[in-house]
Design a protein around this ligand. Structure first.
Ligand code: PMP
Length: 396
């Protein structure tokens, strides 16, 4: 029976990692993979995480099931982080938290929740978007549509986005990236979020906000502007939060599905459905990452340590963005690429064509996704001028 099953190509990024590892060029640069890198090219365990983990080892007394919603303390610390400590939505008990296996797990819960409970509602995704969004909603059986996000000059196409949002049928779901848009790095300004809210309200859309990079853009609170604006001004919303990047616990699979309903009663209704979805998928989420997040957010000292490490990561990325534009100055390309300093998060749509990306790889050992997406955290003070020179060579 297996004989008729065809082989599908693997993840393009994994292929890129393989090719990078094989490359013997001593100057090779990896701008492909989607994890944070420090100045030495490593993705270390955060100090606050290490401390929380060592306490956990000492204090953990059981490994029994934690339930389909996860550890109840997890929601208690993540909800105020996402929605704000003084959120009226929290005060009204309108938000439900379900701990999930990463942001991906939370998205799959959201997709299954929509498929089971909101039959006939389609989802609208930005073009481009994180490629896994497509697969997740397809797998759940939710019909997808696109709205434009980037124009042909590699700039945010807000007019195009808004025009399409205005045509979405009432009741459909619109997926918005809260900050640090992956793959482009183009984020909405506050004024643009305000306009999105107006359309969401007037078209009666259900916002699904993917919050995978809280703290990586402008700050933990600043990055939540759009999330909180929508949460506080619509009756119903879905938020998927990830702790993978901001706590650096990628492999611990820690995320949260947040369902906001019009009142507490209805919140408990939708919450009960989220538990069923989780149970049918994997029963209980993994506990370890959640326990680490709980310990860090509940302890003032650990929280302060974590905040300063998160700030360090964010400032490194934003500093590299500015330095990169500076490094392009000698080639007269700083204005052309000035937008890179304005983008936010780990990723940048550089505007480089697939052919230019191929040349960077073949002639300079610089690896990035063929869409022209670069992981800015792969830059370092050592390789910036080399990458700038290589880009100048391929764009001229
Ligand atoms: N959404 C977006 C936009 C992402 O970029 C990612 C991570 N690459 C995720 C969700 C999922 O994150 P996690 O690793 O927590 O599953």
């Amino acid at each position: 029976m297996f004989e008729q099953i065809a082989r599908v190509p693997g993840d393009a990024i994994l292929g890129l990692i393989e090719a990078f590892n094989k490359d013997t060029n001593p100057q090779k640069v990896d701008l492909g993979v989607g994890v944070y890198r420090d100045a030495n090219g490593n993705t270390p365990v955060m100090r606050a995480v290490k401390q929380a983990e060592s306490r956990l080892v000492d204090n953990e007394v059981t490994k029994t099931y934690i339930g389909s919603h996860g550890d109840p303390r997890f929601g208690k610390v993540v909800l105020p982080m996402v929605l704000g400590a003084s959120s009226p939505v929290l005060a009204a008990n309108r938000a439900s938290a379900t701990q999930a296996p990463g942001g991906t797990g939370a998205l799959r819960l959201a997709a299954d929740f929509i498929a089971s409970n909101l039959k006939g509602r389609d989802i609208w995704l930005s073009t481009p978007t994180w490629p896994n969004h497509l697969g997740i909603f397809d797998a759940a059986g939710v019909t997808r549509h696109d709205y434009p996000y980037v124009d042909e000059h590699n700039r945010l196409d807000f007019a195009g986005m808004l025009a399409t949002l205005k045509t979405i049928p009432e009741g459909d779901v619109v997926l918005l990236h809260a900050c640090c848009h992956n793959p482009t790095g183009f984020d909405l300004s506050r004024e643009q979020w305000d306009q999105v809210l107006e359309v969401v309200q007037s078209r009666k859309l259900l916002p699904l906000i993917d919050f995978a990079y809280q703290g990586f853009g402008d700050g933990l609170e600043e990055d939540a502007y759009g999330v909180r604006l929508l949460a506080e001004n619509v009756d119903e919303a879905i938020i998927t939060s990830s702790c993978s990047k901001n706590f650096g616990i990628y492999c611990e699979r820690t995320g949260c599905l947040i369902l906001i309903a019009k009142d507490e009663e209805n919140m408990l209704d939708v919450r009960s459905q989220a538990a069923i979805t989780a149970r049918e998928n994997y029963s209980n989420p993994p506990a370890h990452g959640g326990a680490v997040v709980i310990d860090i957010l509940q302890d003032d000292t650990l929280r302060a340590e974590w905040m300063s490490e998160l700030t360090e990561m964010r400032e490194r990325i934003n500093g590299l963005r500015r330095d990169f534009v500076e490094a392009l100055k000698p080639y007269g390309l700083d204005e052309q690429f000035a937008f890179i300093a304005e983008q936010r998060g780990m990723f940048s749509y550089t505007g480089l064509t697939p052919e230019q990306v191929d040349r960077l790889r073949d002639e300079f050992g610089i690896y990035m996704v063929r869409s022209g997406r670069a992981n800015v955290a792969g830059f370092s003070t050592e390789n910036l001028s080399y990458v700038a020179k290589a880009i100048a060579a391929v764009v001229k």
